[in-house]
Design a protein around this ligand. Sequence first.
Ligand code: HEC
Length: 149
Amino acid sequence: MNRFILIAVLLALFATTTSESQDTESAAIMSGTIMEAMVVTITPASDIIWGVEDPQTDEEWQVLDDAAATLMESFEATRKGGGGPNDDAWASEAGFQVYIDQEMVALEQARAAIEARDLDGLFDAGGELYTPCEECHIDYNPAVSGEEF
Ligand code: HEC
């Protein structure tokens, strides 16, 4: 085979593979799926809680409270399943629901700490928030456990 044709064929193959994997990735984040809630809402909102430094003003505390409220809403939605291929099967599992219950307790704790302007309490609640993320991923989606959030 002519070397230039070979290179062209290889490039074409490479381009196909790349665009296929991008399609798969965007398909995995279909709207209304648990995956979408995790990536688009839950991860950035929990990063706000975990990234807390030393809030001073009411506005700074409000950002944290908004993030906690967003997380509660999003976990409540996740509880009901979603449009992803495995979402309803996951949501029907008692163990899955228990992890969401634990997130709710952690978030209640976070909001109480925010209300009381209690930074140490908020750090503790952040730790409580993290454990079910990890454990639910290990039980229901081993491929995603150990991800950096
Ligand atoms: C009740 C179970 C459960 C809890 C709790 C949970 N997740 Fe998830 N998470 C999942 C499942 C299931 C998936 C995989 C969804 C899929 O593949 O369709 C996932 C996927 C993800 C992903 C996408 C990983 C990837 O492959 O790109 C991120 C990021 C994520 N979760 C972050 C979090 C964070 C942060 C928390 C805690 C604040 C959390 N999750 C709590 C069940 C959970």
